[in-house]
Design a protein around this ligand. Structure first.
Ligand SMILES: NC(=O)c1ccc[n+]([C@@H]2O[C@H](COP(=O)([O-])OP(=O)(O)OC[C@H]3O[C@@H](n4cnc5c(N)ncnc54)[C@H](OP(=O)(O)O)[C@@H]3O)[C@@H](O)[C@H]2O)c1
Length: 326
């Protein structure tokens, strides 16, 4: 029997590599990995594992039409930071405010996402489309927090998908939690006190969904494609912990005392120079919760159980003498 084809966009990255690896392990699926650079190490690794690696760019619609031919499923991830970081660095070097970098990255990401949606909607064989989303701080706060454009870019693409007459009928959304590697989950040594701490502008009682994107994304995307009805919006996490529980788990695993210290976004902006692109969404989380009110399905509500490793298991697998020596 002919295999079904899944096209994975972002297959060389954190989330997409997990999706590609999961489907490479399913005999009924053929994995087509889209990349701008088929000769990168990550692309060659995918090819060695059996993926069909195709050259394509979300900015070039003609490359998508070709890459999507005969696809039964498409996983789409879009990125903000690859454009934001160098654009902000260039503005910093000129002594200019960083807001234009956010607008440039927003425009790039939303254009790329819409290109993928338009190309996917023209594929007659397509059965399922999964987009990796983020919730809109602006929407949840009814316009109060609008300065973080990275969640808005993904929310804009979600609205575009939902407004699409045919593709919306095939689409599901995955909302990945904070990555296990996210700085806000990892206490750092404060050389002045000799103690480990996370200093963050989030209340310690905020519950964070946490995911290892390279391990777990694929299992959740498989569930959305094979087990769940289209239209499912999944909050994908391995663990769902308050920030004080995160620090407690880290302390137990590392054997080091650690503290969670809540600071204000104003302090992080004025004293540490962090941009509102990163900070404004944190104020929205403090006031409205991480995904409270989004009506998302959680992993324990999936029709078939998806087993992933918890945050504690991930911490437990680390070589702490190496981790703490850096
Ligand atoms: N950090 C967190 O806690 C967190 C949590 C939830 C969501 N996120 C979101 O996750 C997103 C990044 O996902 P990730 O971590 O999986 O990505 P990543 O590891 O940074 O990799 C980016 C991927 O996107 C592909 N890509 C970028 N631009 C492309 C284009 N124009 N055409 C085709 N492919 C393109 C790259 O492929 P090639 O280079 O091979 O072409 C690469 O595979 C960000 O938008 C971020 O906001 C992050």
């Amino acid at each position: 029997m002919a295999k079904k084809i899944i096209v994975v966009i972002g297959a060389t990255g954190n989330q997409g590599s997990s999706v590609a690896n999961t489907f490479l392990g399913l005999p009924e699926w053929h994995v087509r990995a889209l990349t701008r650079n088929p000769s990168s190490d990550a692309s060659e690794l995918l090819a060695a594992k059996g993926a069909e690696v195709v050259q394509g760019d979300l900015a070039e619609p003609s490359s998508l039409a070709k890459a999507f031919e005969n696809a039964n499923a498409i996983f789409l991830n879009t990125d903000f930071w690859e454009v934001y970081r160098p654009a902000k660095a260039a503005l910093d070097a000129e002594g200019k405010a960083p807001e234009a970098a956010g607008i440039q990255a927003f425009t790039n990401e939303t254009t790329n996402g819409k290109n993928a949606v338009d190309a996917a909607s023209a594929v007659p064989t397509l059965e399922r489309f999964v987009y990796s989303a983020l919730g809109s701080a602006s929407k949840v706060s009814k316009g109060k927090y609008t300065r973080s454009l990275h969640p808005e870019a993904k929310a804009t693409i979600v609205s575009y998908i939902e407004a699409h007459p045919t593709l919306s009928q095939k689409a599901s959304l995955i909302y990945p939690g904070a990555y296990v590697t996210n700085a806000l989950l990892s206490p750092r040594l404060d050389p002045s006190s000799g103690k480990y701490a996370v200093q963050m502008a989030l209340r310690a009682d905020i519950r964070m969904p946490i995911i290892n994107p390279r391990e777990s994304t694929g299992s959740f995307v498989r569930a959305l494609i094979e087990d769940e009805a289209p239209g499912t919006k999944l909050l994908a996490y391995d663990s769902y912990l308050t920030l004080s529980e995160v620090v407690d788990r880290w302390s137990k695993a590392s054997g080091k005392e650690a503290f969670y210290v809540t600071v204000t976004t104003k302090d992080l902006h004025e004293k540490m120079g962090l941009p509102w692109e990163l900070l404004d969404a944190l104020d929205a989380v403090n006031e409205f919760g991480y995904y409270d009110g989004f009506g998302l399905v959680e992993p324990h509500q999936l029709k078939k159980k998806v087993q992933t490793k918890s945050f504690e298991e991930w911490l437990g697998e680390k070589d702490w003498s190496k981790e703490l020596s850096g």
